[in-house]
Design a protein around this ligand. Structure first.
Ligand code: FAD
Ligand code: NAP
Length: 449
């Protein structure tokens, strides 16, 4: 019988399966227009647009079937280890944003692809009277800035003293855009808490990982003159790369630092005052007209809030002392007929979603069954330990980075694919793995560009 599958979210995680880039795109990092073209051609190729409901928001999902007690008593996910069950369905409440009307749909399976870095910004907390309200200028989040048209964004920062808080990719990109919109009289500050500016992605699954990481670390420290700008972090390059805390430095970023258009300031904490930002331990404020908080997102909150049931909310949130408790980063053993894609990040988020989408398609197709809930829990705990070992305090980011190949291997084995994807012994040992290594599959032929 035909099954209804509701996919919430139409970002890359909601769309991807293997689809080649056009031969005209040769850049290692395609720009936003190329990515948009790619996604549009993807949607056209698979005739997906008819399945997508734009301008709608899923305001809640509710499981209708077995009680929580019954679900807990099952030794297998869904009671049968299979993705579907005749006993239960999801009620999906969808709001049409334009018509402001609500519809209710039923689904046999729900895939949550709601995005980790969108919609719900993370705002730092401040002591009373020392938050944005104390500041006489304007405060926005990087998400608001990114949502603006280029011209509106350029006008917003033009002629202003801008402080950008954060030291990851959003912060660096925005700081560069501030300098582009301004002359060198107008300073942009980055006010990082602990970040480490690094510009090299490298394969870390080598036995010489530690030595190599130390070599890269000292090279970057020297090349970017981190010592000169007081930006040497407490943690190592290996921990940064393992926590997905590395970013490509925008071109000429350090030229702008050298000329003084960007001033870097490292601090453990900060607060607002009338004239700008007060950095921990300093008495003179960093004067600003505009503060942009590039302080990240609360994808975990978005994921949790989509469930109507408090019990499922608690399940999906897990414990603050653990990474999100998802088996293979996708399935919660206590939440039936549902998967999450796109929550775990890596050095290439696209590849994680890609692999996850293929694994889930095979699971839904019945190619394999999941192990018992107990085994899934044990496996998730093992992953949690491993992620903590590499990511340290950043374990809640669920960053796969250095475990990506190992993770891909697990998915391959589940799907019945050979995890050794290279053709020769030496290439298997020494050549980095990439998306093209996973092109061939048990399902369908590779797609022609
Ligand atoms: C400024 C910026 C630039 C980035 N650039 C890169 C990059 O170059 N490379 C990279 O790998 N990553 C980049 N990222 C990270 C990026 O977010 C992810 O790689 C990618 O977008 C993840 O895709 P996704 O489908 O999981 O989530 P998203 O792209 O966030 O898509 C999720 C979609 O679900 C929708 N949605 C959420 N909740 C609901 C709901 N309740 N009902 C209906 N729809 C809902 C959202 O509106 C959104 O359209 C960037 C992030 C930011 C903020
Ligand atoms: N062009 C691109 O490719 C591009 C552009 C933008 C974003 N992205 C991607 O999008 C994702 C999100 O990036 P992001 O930069 O928006 O968020 P992010 O990676 O979560 O970084 C948030 C930053 O804010 C800091 N921060 C958080 N709370 C703070 C506080 N209370 N006080 C001071 N600083 C605080 C963090 O510091 P700590 O690390 O010390 O906590 C970190 O530097 C990443 O995967 C990124 O690669 C990509």
């Amino acid at each position: 019988m035909e099954k209804q599958i509701a996919i919430v979210g139409a970002g890359v995680s909601g769309l991807l399966a293997y689809f080649p880039w056009p031969s005209s795109v040769t850049d290692l990092f395609p720009n936003q227009h190329q990515v948009l073209d790619y996604l549009q051609s993807y949607a056209h190729h698979f005739d997906l647009l008819k399945h997508i409901k734009f301008n709608t928001k899923v305001v809640g999902i509710e499981y209708e079937g077995a009680s929580y007690e019954e679900i807990e008593s099952w030794s297998l996910w869904n009671g049968n280890g299979q993705p579907f069950s005749s006993q239960g369905k999801w009620k999906v409440v969808v709001e049409d944003i334009q018509k402001q009307s609500t519809e209710v749909h039923q689904a046999d399976f729900v895939v949550l692809c709601v995005g980790r870095f969108s919609d719900v910004p993370h705002f730092p907390e401040f002591p009373p009277d020392r938050g944005p309200g104390a500041f006489h200028g304007k405060v926005i989040h990087s998400m608001d800035y990114a949502n603006m048209d280029n011209e509106v964004a350029a006008n917003l920062v033009k002629g202003k003293r801008v402080t950008v808080v954060g030291f990851q990719k959003s912060a660096m990109d925005i700081a560069m855009e501030c300098t582009a919109a301004n002359d060198s009289q107008n300073f942009c500050f980055i006010n990082p808490e602990e970040g480490f500016l690094l510009n090299l992605l490298a394969t870390m699954l080598s036995p010489l990982r530690w030595v190599f990481a130390k070599f890269v670390e000292s090279h970057i420290k020297k090349k970017l003159q981190l010592g000169k700008y007081g930006m040497v972090p407490k943690h190592s390059f290996l921990q940064d790369i393992s926590s997905c805390l590395i970013s490509m430095v925008p071109e000429k970023f350090y030229d702008r630092v050298e000329e003084g258009s960007i001033v870097l300031k490292k601090s453990q904490s900060f607060s607002f005052c009338e004239k700008g930002i007060l950095v921990d331990g300093e008495t003179t404020p960093l004067k600003a007209d505009l503060v942009i908080l590039a302080t990240g997102f609360r994808g975990d909150k978005k994921l949790k809030d989509i469930f109507v049931s408090q019990t499922f909310q608690d399940y999906i949130a897990g414990s603050p002392n653990e990474k999100l408790p998802l088996y293979r980063e996708m399935i919660h053993p206590q939440i039936p007929q549902l998967a999450v894609i796109g929550f775990s990040e890596s050095l290439s988020n696209l590849l994680v979603s890609e692999m996850g989408s293929r694994w889930l398609a095979e699971l839904l197709h019945g190619t394999f069954k999941l192990p018992s809930k107990k085994e899934m829990d044990m496996d998730t705990k093992e992953w949690d330990k491993c992620i903590k070992q590499y990511s340290g305090p950043y374990y809640r980011r669920s960053c796969l980075a250095v475990q990506q190949i190992w993770y891909n291997d697990q998915l391959c084995k589940d799907m019945g694919w050979n995890p050794k994807r290279k053709k020769g012994f030496f290439t298997e040992l020494f050549q980095p793995y990439g998306p093209m290594d996973y092109v061939s599959s048990s399902r369908g032929k590779p797609i022609e560009p």
